[in-house]
Design a protein around this ligand. Structure first.
Ligand code: NAI
Ligand code: 15L
Length: 268
């Protein structure tokens, strides 16, 4: 497909930094956006998602949006509302008003974080499993997915909502052996989500082809995503350090891991 101009929000973050290195090789020309300056990128737009006018200006003229910006961990409800609820609403309103037809939304495993991890022999977690957010953060991702559905049904703005597992250069622990999305596979998945035709609103799980996979990648593969990585080479070292997950420990037996049991974060 022809190169596409893509607005990459959250470009200063961990994933944004990895993706602005990897996505141009797929022919996408990136416009960068973050509330923080993006190192080495003086042309990046530095603005807050809470500023609807700035968001509208940022999306003007792009073909598609990869929306990574927002609070990426648990935080007081008011902060989550500002960045992840109002922010994502501003983004979709801007897309509607400016005629941007495709969004790729960084959802999270924490939208379904209370879902039990499958035991050996259990079926993989399907993509239509009910929302079971484990935090206000996860709740904001459930909201983002529903907003994406509304903007498809009502306004014809298409979205691929990617429930990202755990995307870092290496898996961060034993739980991440099941959820790891290698940065290279993340770029493959985002490219597929940007270029697949007629996605309407499609929800996919975002991980590599891990041996210890917990969820069903069928809807991601249907976009043309072909993962090439597997966390298994990291397994021996991580298991020697941490041991197997304990199925009787609530912090280790649900998809969201410790997000399920961490004490709530209230406003100061
Ligand atoms: P990060 O926290 O490193 O990056 C988020 C970026 O968003 C930051 O650069 C921050 O400055 C920016 N941001 C925050 N509030 C903003 C606002 N109000 N206006 C404009 N920019 C704002 O997070 P990371 O790991 O890069 O994740 C990117 C996205 O992917 C997030 O939406 C996160 O929830 C989602 N995700 C990431 C996973 C991972 O394993 N890295 C797993 C699941 C979801
Ligand atoms: C997320 O949603 C977070 O943004 C990321 O920092 C990790 O904590 C990841 O989930 C995870 O569950 O490992």
């Amino acid at each position: 497909p022809a190169p596409r101009t893509v607005l990459l929000t959250g470009a200063a973050g961990g994933l944004g930094t990895l993706m602005r290195e990897l996505l141009p090789a797929y022919g996408h020309a990136l416009r960068l956006f973050d509330v923080r300056p993006v190192e080495g990128e003086p042309e990046a737009i530095v603005a807050d998602l809470a500023d609807a006018a700035a968001v509208r200006e940022a999306v003007r003229g792009v073909d598609a949006i990869v929306h990574l910006a927002g609070i990426s961990l648990e935080a007081p409800f008011e902060e989550i509302v500002r960045a992840n609820i109002h922010g994502v609403h501003h983004l979709y309103e801007a897309a509607r008003e400016e005629g941007v037809r495709r969004v790729v939304f960084a959802s999270s495993n924490h939208a379904v974080g209370y879902t039990p991890c499958p035991r050996p022999g259990d079926p993989l977690i399907p993509v239509d499993t009910p929302h079971r957010p484990d935090t206000f953060y996860g709740l904001s991702k459930s909201f983002g997915e529903d907003l994406a559905q509304l903007y498809w049904d009502k306004h014809g703005v298409e979205t691929v909502s990617v429930r990202i597992g755990s995307c870092f250069p290496e898996p961060a622990g034993v739980r991440a052996l099941s959820l790891w999305l290698s940065p290279a596979d993340c770029a493959r998945l985002l490219h597929a989500a940007l270029t697949a035709e007629d996605v309407g609103h499609t929800v996919v799980y975002g991980s590599s082809a891990n041996t210890r996979l917990w969820w069903d990648l069928t809807s991601a593969r249907a976009l043309g995503y072909e993962p090439r990585d597997d966390s298994e080479p990291y397994a021996a070292r991580l298991l020697a350090e941490q041991g197997e997950l304990d199925p009787d420990d609530p912090a280790q037996s649900r998809l969201g891991g410790h997000f399920v049991t961490d004490p709530p974060v209230w406003s100061p």
